[in-house]
Design a protein around this ligand. Structure first.
Ligand SMILES: Cc1cc2nc3c(=O)[nH]c(=O)nc-3n(C[C@H](O)[C@H](O)[C@H](O)COP(=O)(O)OP(=O)(O)OC[C@H]3O[C@@H](n4cnc5c(N)ncnc54)[C@H](O)[C@@H]3O)c2cc1C
Length: 446
């Protein structure tokens, strides 16, 4: 029986990730309000031979945040510790969400986050856990804007990490994968608040691929989505602007795409899969064809409506292989008429960095993401398509997004990450008793 008081832990808590593709039943669930309480939970876990998982926003589409042992939410460790408006930096506890930063913290200081992905429900500790990225050839992953962070090791001691102090651990912790310790606080480089001008235009896949480099350089934040079973794509170009008003969106999109009609159509398609290409074409024609533009606060343009629950996998491919990978995906779909693929395939561009385990470490990459919706929670078979894509991405030197579904094991990770062994050595020094290893990691490391 334990001598450490772990009584604040609740039993009976059930965790589901955002897409409800994974769940967990932690034996005890904690919401500590101080470092002291956190330390106590770590000691209690060690004494009871339990593992520990911090959960952030629970957005990761894989089981990387799951545990049936002790789960800790940092929702009450969410204070703003410092804002330096002149240097455009903010220091916050790791439980702060990106939404809180966007809505309540940064605007009052005239600041914005420099680049974002599709959503802002992540916590600061979670978003730097898995290499989260947006798009833009001159922009790295989100964690490239981390200046300093504070980490609690498994033994409860605290490490300050910056370029001057524990620089190697900083490089590891900027894509910490949930296994180095507990991120307590992070200092982020921001920029003066800005508006983004977004232009969307429909085009053809080959048109974009032939002049890919020009397209990617044509805007600060360029990305495109491809509609499988068709040649159609929509390019999305976003630039900072001093203008403040222009709201001109495709109204049909708002009416039709707002979850419901698409979800219903894809649910019908679970009985008649052959209609998926027709649904794709019709939605493209009515909701995406043509062009549209709008101006809004940066985060409101970066973030999009991710519609409804889905399985997703996303891979970072060396930039030079983008066209060949997409062409092979298109050929495969044409040669496998039994597989009906959901739109969109999302294509984004990220600059190389030197974060040890970031998929963009030491290579400019193109992230290609594929999805399989779950209309009304129903499973749509997608294994054959996901397996093909995973093998293809690996063939071209791709690395999986850590937060999303993948079947890669440590042997392959050693081949695709020059720093994998170094990171794992650091991990075992910081956490010699494997307190932070969950099933996701045991599967990879077995
Ligand atoms: C709808 C949707 C859209 C998305 N869009 C994008 C996108 O555009 N680009 C992209 O790259 N990704 C995207 N993602 C993935 C998402 O950004 C990542 O999964 C991110 O890591 C989630 O952050 P979180 O706070 O929810 O962390 P969780 O999912 O809760 O946890 C992620 C990992 O971090 C660990 N962790 C969390 N906080 C701490 C802490 N303080 N200390 C130590 N470990 C911690 C957890 O244990 C876990 O291992 C999207 C996901 C969804 C569901």
């Amino acid at each position: 029986m334990t001598s450490i008081d772990i009584s604040p832990g609740k039993s009976g808590y059930r965790f589901y990730n955002w897409s409800k593709t994974y769940s967990a039943a932690p034996e005890l669930y904690f919401e500590p309000r101080s470092d002291k309480e956190l330390r106590n939970i770590l000691s209690g876990a060690k004494e009871n031979k339990k593992t520990v998982k911090i959960v952030g926003g629970g957005l990761s589409p894989s089981d990387i945040a799951c545990t049936n042992d002790f789960m800790i939410s940092l929702k009450y460790l969410n204070r703003v510790l410092d804002v330096d408006a002149k240097r455009c930096t903010v220091t916050v506890e790791a439980g702060v969400t990106i939404n809180e930063l966007n809505e309540n913290i940064l605007p009052s200081h005239g600041l914005s986050l420099i680049n974002l992905g599709s959503v802002s429900g992540q916590t600061v500790g979670g978003i730097i856990g898995t290499g989260t990225h947006g798009s833009g050839e001159k922009f790295g992953s989100f964690a490239t804007h981390v200046l300093e962070l504070v980490l609690m090791k498994a033994d409860g001691t605290i490490l300050r990490c910056s370029q001057q102090e524990n620089a190697e651990i900083l490089s590891a912790a900027c894509c910490h994968l949930g296994i180095l310790g507990i991120i307590l606080s992070v200092k982020l480089q921001c920029e003066a608040a800005f508006m983004l001008h977004e232009k969307k235009a429909s085009s053809k896949l080959e048109t974009v691929l032939i002049d890919l480099n020009e397209h990617v350089s044509s805007a600060q934040h360029f990305q495109f989505v491809w509609f499988p079973h068709t040649d159609n794509v929509v390019t999305i170009a976003r630039n900072r602007t001093r203008r403040t008003v222009l709201v001109k969106n495709n109204w049909l999109k708002d009416i039709f795409i707002g979850h419901h009609l698409l979800e219903f159509c894809l649910w019908i398609a679970t009985f008649f899969p052959s209609i998926v290409p027709l649904i794709t074409s019709v939605f493209f024609k009515f909701c995406y064809k043509g062009s549209s533009e709008c101006i809004n606060r940066s985060d409101k343009i970066f973030n999009i409506d991710c519609l409804f629950k889905q399985y997703v996998t996303e891979w970072a491919i060396p930039r030079k292989h983008t066209a060949i990978v997409l062409r092979e995906m298109k050929n495969w779909i044409e040669n496998n008429p039994d597989c009906k693929i959901h739109f969109p395939v999302e294509v984004r561009f990220v600059q190389k960095d030197n974060i040890m385990m970031a998929p963009s470490c030491e290579q400019d990459v193109t992230y290609i993401g594929i999805i399989s919706y779950r209309p009304y929670g129903k499973l749509v078979p997608h294994d054959k398509w996901f397996t093909f894509f995973e093998d293809l991405a690996l063939k071209y030197g791709g690395r999986p997004h850590w937060a999303k579904d993948h079947k890669v094991n440590s042997q392959t990770f050693q081949q695709i990450y020059p720093n994998f062994n170094k990171f794992m050595k650091l991990r075992s020094e910081l956490d010699p008793d494997n307190l932070f290893l969950n099933e996701y990691w045991k599967r990879i490391l077995k």
